[in-house]
Ligand binder design. Structure first.
Ligand SMILES: Nc1ncnc2c1ncn2[C@@H]1O[C@H](COP(=O)(O)OP(=O)(O)OP(=O)(O)O)[C@@H](O)[C@H]1O
Ligand SMILES: [Mg+2]
Length: 307
């Protein structure tokens, strides 16, 4: 059993060297909230009345570390939102000029086959304008309707698979997941950004797993919820590089040559607007981005907004 061998080794060292040793242990949890417990272990020699005996103290630090992680993410959120807004302004200014210039150019072009190109410029400028409007909008409050999350994920699977035909997409859905009151467009964008990253991490040819679970009595953003939907986007790529692991949700942080570093902060912002949170764990061969969303009734959403 993992954890047990390390503890035995600590006992041995404490006995031989007659001093205390400490170590952090990770052991499997038989708990529905977490898959692993983080224990702080301390082993000290017993006093002379019991030579050879040691005292083993184990402290469960899982919850504390979870809170530390969440508050770091919350602090990033404030900075992130300000940067996204600033960035949206910077994009919006030249966008109008770009669109106008493309329209003028279109009128001057005699060859109608060239209109295809000006249409692309205008179409892409309009798409960016839509995105920017969403970022600058009136608080971007979600337009919530009852949404079947599995339907949204199926849409994501289709979009991702068509962009990366060699990618294997697996589903592991919890059929007991209820419909959630969500803004479908905002959540689709968030999941799409995660799925794109996962696909890109495997050079568009690995395995993407879309998984849903329901957790009861779950703490999220320092609040306890009766029901929380957990949606994993998992890939078997090489993992998040160490250099950016702590800042990955900040705008403009990227580990890819052609990346812009907008995908994750935008996804985090869209999920936060639903009182949810995105977290990740990563190691070579297994990276999991988990979107946690509280399952709320209309009355609970209104009460949250008022508080
Ligand atoms: N599943 C993943 N596996 C490994 N690294 C990842 C994964 N998801 C994100 N990353 C890392 O996080 C960085 C930031 O991701 P983010 O989506 O914010 O920006 P991006 O993908 O670089 O650019 P874009 O704005 O086009 O999405 C990525 O460049 C990549 O290095
Ligand atoms: Mg991305």
């Amino acid at each position: 059993m993992p954890g047990l061998e390390e503890t035995a080794e600590l006992c041995q060292r404490a006995r031989e060297l007659q001093r205390s040793f400490g170590q952090t242990l990770h052991i499997a949890a038989f708990h529905h909230d977490v898959s692993e417990l983080e224990l702080s272990a301390r082993v000290s020699p017993w006093d002379e009345r019991a030579p050879g005996h040691v005292l083993v103290e184990l402290f469960d630090v899982t919850a504390r570390h979870q809170l530390d992680r969440e508050s770091a993410l919350l602090a990033q959120r404030g900075v992130s939102q300000r940067m996204l807004r600033q960035l949206a302004h910077e994009i919006r200014n030249p966008l109008g000029g770009l669109r106008g210039a493309a329209q003028l150019l279109e009128r001057e072009l005699d060859d109608p086959s060239l209109h295809e190109f000006t249409r692309i410029i205008i179409g892409e400028a309009d798409r960016l304008e839509g995105l920017v409007a969403g970022l600058l909008g009136p608080g971007g409050r979600p337009d919530r309707r009852l949404v079947n999350v599995h339907e949204v994920l199926e849409h994501i699977a289709k979009l991702t698979a068509s962009a990366a035909p060699e990618l294997t997409v697996l589903r592991d859905y919890d059929p007991s997941l209820p419909d959630l009151l969500l803004d479908r467009d905002q959540l689709t964008q968030a999941f799409l950004n995660l799925a794109r990253n996962a696909s890109q991490a495997t050079a568009d040819s690995g395995t993407l797993v879309l998984r849903t679970r329901i957790a009861t009595n779950h703490v999220l953003n320092a609040r306890r919820y009766r029901l929380v939907a957990l949606i994993d986007v998992e890939d078997d790529g090489p993992g998040v590089i160490d250099e950016i692991a702590d800042t990955i949700f900040y705008p403009l942080v990227t580990g890819r040559k052609d990346g812009s570093g907008i995908g994750l902060p935008l996804a985090q912002e869209l999920v936060n607007r639903h009182d949810g949170l995105i977290e990740f764990t990563s190691q070579p061969g297994k990276t999991v981005f988990t979107v946690s969303l509280p399952v709320l009734s209309e009355a609970e959403i209104e009460a949250n907004q008022a508080s």
